[in-house]
Design a protein around this ligand. Structure first.
Ligand SMILES: [Mn+2]
Length: 399
């Protein structure tokens, strides 16, 4: 590692902020059940506390994404939530409306043939815009569970028309400076067709919505073998990429920690972003967010691990020799081109990343620091007592 590469890594890490999901600190599970953790967050204050802790350990996570239904109670001033976040050294980031849990959404939300479901989805989403405004968030992140389970169940075209009209209305209700992020997913919970099933549908919907709409790429929301970095490249080139939901997967939307299955795939995504910046001189201003719920790993450890893995891979992408890569590509030298990527990917960047952390006044290895602190056991004892005092049985919904 030479000095130039070290500087490149420092600059890259300075620019790389990752948003934490409030739902990643609460008890979560699969449809087969949940395994509870004593230290899991009970309420929004706990979630913001935990996010604050991850930010302190990593110096890279100043914002927290919230789920409106799970995190905001009716009648509670959202500004109070912003104050609690501030107390823990973080800010509220992306606002995620929830238009999939109410019984009315059986046939969908914005795409439902039931006008009452569509109205409820619109009211809730406009309320979410208002919450975003109140807490100073500039991101409205939309994921829909809309779709059908059987051919003939509903008109795919009629549903698309409803969707386009609804997103345009939401977009036009947003204040200036707010971005509508459109997330896609090929299947689940719908098993036959999903209304926003891929990046093409999300792109079209964002285009129809208006100039402040962009596509959100959730790394776990693709079919097997999909070339995600190509999607990222095309969306960047078209100025239509808004950001990411990070997680990893082996089979479907598995919510595994980022790069736990395929680090090279994550590196290739970061490589394309670094290439875009190198080629254009532009900062694509992407929202890097984690979307994971950890069913087995200790939640705080899983979150810190994700952030550190993302930083390592982002650092590796920053040291690709772009000039040598361009020369190899021009000469048609396939092996040399590939070696440019492999050389960077196989470089052990951890000592430089640790040095960057020490420069920020934090430990070189945040996982070790977290373990040494004993805070997970301490939170486990405190929260067990809190549950007892509140007469709570551990568990419940994702909230
Ligand atoms: Mn997601």
């Amino acid at each position: 590692m030479n000095d130039r590469q070290s500087r490149q890594i420092f600059d890259a890490l300075d620019s790389f902020k990752i948003e934490l999901p409030s739902w990643g600190f609460a008890d979560t599970g699969t449809r087969f059940g949940k395994f509870f953790q004593p230290a899991s967050a009970i309420d929004l204050e706990d979630k913001l506390h935990d996010a604050g802790l991850v930010n302190k350990l990593t110096a890279a996570c100043p914002t927290v994404a919230v789920h409106v239904l799970w995190d905001f109670k009716a009648g509670v001033d959202p500004k109070q939530t912003a104050k609690i976040a501030k107390k823990h050294g973080v800010k509220i980031g992306a606002i995620n409306p929830n238009v999939f849990q109410d019984q009315l959404y059986k046939l969908g939300s914005f795409c439902s043939p039931n006008a009452k479901a569509r109205d409820l989805a619109m009211r809730h989403t406009l309320d979410s815009v208002a919450i975003g405004k109140a807490v100073g968030s500039n991101l409205l992140s939309m994921w829909l569970a809309d779709g059908t389970n059987y051919p003939g169940q509903d008109s795919i075209r009629a549903r698309w028309q409803l969707l386009v009209a609804a997103f345009k209305k939401v977009h036009d209700a947003m204040p200036k400076g707010m971005t509508l992020l459109v997330e896609y997913k090929p299947f689940e919970p719908a098993f036959y067709h999903t209304d926003i099933q891929d990046w093409g549908a999300a792109y079209l919907l964002a285009k129809h919505s208006g100039k402040n709409a962009r596509v959100l790429v959730d790394t776990g929301h693709h079919l097997q073998g999909c070339n995600i970095e190509q999607i990222v490249t095309l969306l960047l080139h078209e100025n239509m990429l808004g950001g990411f939901h990070f997680n990893d997967r082996k089979y479907a939307d598995d919510d595994l920690t980022l790069s736990s299955i395929d680090p090279y795939a994550v590196f290739r995504i970061f490589d394309q972003i670094a290439q875009y910046t190198f080629d254009t001189g532009k900062d694509p201003k992407l929202a890097y967010m984690i979307d994971q719920s950890h069913n087995l790993k200790p939640k705080l450890e899983a979150m810190v691990q994700t952030v550190t893995m993302a930083q390592d891979l982002f650092a590796k992408a920053a040291i690709v020799d772009r000039k040598a890569l361009a020369s190899a590509q021009k000469a048609g030298d396939i092996v040399a081109g590939e070696r440019c990527l492999r050389d960077a990917f196989e470089t052990d960047v951890r000592p430089v990343v640790a040095k960057w952390r020490k420069g920020k006044g934090i430990a070189g290895d945040p996982i070790i620091a977290l373990r040494k602190s004993g805070v997970i056991a301490q939170l486990g004892a405190e929260r067990t007592a809190k549950r007892k005092a509140l007469g709570m049985v551990q568990g419940g919904s994702y909230a």
